[in-house]
Every structure is written in C-alpha cells, then in structure tokens.
Design a protein around this ligand. Structure first.
Ligand SMILES: O=C(O)CCC(=O)C(=O)O
Ligand SMILES: [Fe+2]
Length: 261
C-alpha cells in the first residue's frame, strides 16, 4: 500500500500512539505532511542517501539550525547545509551550549522524553532524525504521543500544565496547551529542573507537573529502534522522544533537521 492509499483508507481523523513505517521512495515527501496530520509520527526505512534529508524536510517548511553559541547558529553537518549532526561528544561528557550547560543529545547518558528546542526562541514544528552510521549500537528510542494524553489528564492537571510557569532560557512557558483540540507540548524535564535554579517559578507547582507528565508519559511510552538508513519524522508539538544511554565512545550518528512553524 502506498502512503496515499493508506491515507485515503483511514480518513483524516487523528490516530494516537501509533506510528506509520514506510519505505523511502522518490516523491514520498508529498504524502508525509498528510500522514503527520493524522499520526504526528512517521518512520521511513531505506533512506540510504543523507542528501535526501534536506529536500524531504523542506517539503514541510523552512529548515533551521539551533542557536548554540551567542547569536550564532550551530555548526551544520556540512557546508551550506541546515542539517545538524547528533552524536556523543567528549567521551560521553557532551559539549556545552551558550549557557555553559551540556547539550543533552551529545551526552552518553539516558536522554529522557522531551520535545526539541525547549530552550530555543522558537522550538521546531517538525523534527527529522536520520541514522547514518553502520555500527551495531542499538539504543532504545523512546516515543510518546501527547495527543493520547488529552483524554486522560483531568481538567485540573490540564490547567496546571497550561500555566506559563515552566522555566526555559527564553523565560517561563506553558508545558502543554490545547490548540484546536490538539496538544502543543514544550517539555524537557531535565532542562526544567536545571532552569528552576535560575527561576522564581513556584517550585511546588513545577514539581507536581514533572510528576504528572512523567506518570502519563510513562503510560504512553512506545519503545522503538532506529537503524541505519531509518528516518524518524515527528510533529514536535505532539510527540516526545528520547533514547537510552550510549557508550562514552559511541560512534552512532544522526542527521537532524528542524523545520520551523
Ligand atoms: O539520539 C537520539 O536518538 C535522540 C537525539 C535527540 O533527541 C535530539 O537530537 O534532539
Ligand atoms: Fe531531541
């Protein structure tokens, strides 16, 4: 079944906590946006050429790099590219961002569920991760669909999560709001804890939100594996992702593209 046929057969209602896996082929980008509307997550297999990532991402919107140094963009994976290379750095200790904080994706430790760009001025709407190395390393990829949480959170929990009290480098933000019936999540529990130290937010409320989201996300957890030539495409408002720990000398490499809202 092609992605178009699949799409036609399921209609356009939202499907929660399931991911479509399709073989990469020329022209598949045309189907991806529709599939993301319904599922929020797609995995492509057999993407053997890393140069296919940029054009695919561009079909969803404008690609951009994270800001890691002062007023400067991160070093791209190659000249003229807006793709960022993710790997363990400095023997597992990671590298520092402009706040002298470690960049979690470059650290060997377990990387808990999060949305990307938590500390950025504008988090990406979509994020794409293509694994390119051929090592045997196979960490678990953690995934969770926040659309499935909306029915399970109480009114009071939703109200707490929607309060703009969660500290980021860009000021306090909401953790989860509902826009047109869909979740809009901005969450990274590790960074919330780090930035609490520099914030005047109510620690009791924030701690309670960490507990509530942690519990509900654990219930929604999917565990996947990302092999060489597989590309994960996520609606970063809706799906959280993470991975289990890697070795300090890991050679796993992901090409990451962020697509602007
Ligand atoms: O290494 C992974 O699988 C996840 C990386 C990640 O979350 C990121 O680069 O934002
Ligand atoms: Fe991430």
């Amino acid at each position: 079944m092609t992605a178009t046929q699949l799409n036609a057969s399921i209609g356009t209602s939202i499907r929660t906590n399931c991911m479509i896996v399709l073989p990469y082929r020329d022209g598949i980008a045309d189907d991806i946006a529709d599939l993301l509307e319904i599922y929020g997550a797609v995995k492509l297999t057999g993407m053997t050429d890393a140069d296919q990532l940029g054009p695919l991402a561009e079909r969803l919107g404008e690609i951009f790099l994270p800001i890691l140094q002062d007023n400067d963009q991160a070093t791209p994976a190659s000249r003229d590219s807006q793709i960022y290379e993710v790997r363990v750095k400095n023997n597992g200790e990671g590298e520092l961002d402009r706040y002298s904080e470690t960049i979690l994706s470059s650290v060997k430790d377990d990387f808990a569920l999060h949305t990307d760009g938590y500390n950025q001025p504008r988090p990406p709407k979509y994020m794409l991760l293509l694994r390119t190395d051929d090592s045997a390393e196979l960490p678990a990829s953690y995934l969770a669909d926040a659309a499935g949480l909306l029915d399970r959170l109480t009114e009071e929990e939703l109200e707490l999560l929607a309060r703009p009290i969660y500290p980021t480098a860009e000021g306090n933000v909401a953790a989860l709001t509902v826009v047109d019936g869909r979740p809009r999540v901005r969450w990274n529990a590790e960074l919330v804890q780090r930035w609490m130290r520099r914030s005047d937010s109510d620690p009791v409320a924030v701690e309670r939100a960490v507990e509530i989201l942690g519990r509900h996300l654990a219930d929604a957890l999917l565990v996947e594996h990302l092999h060489q030539d597989e590309c994960l495409i996520l609606d970063n408002d809706r799906w959280l992702h993470g991975r289990s720990a890697l070795q300090p000398d890991s050679v796993r490499v992901l090409m990451r593209a962020w697509v602007a809202r």
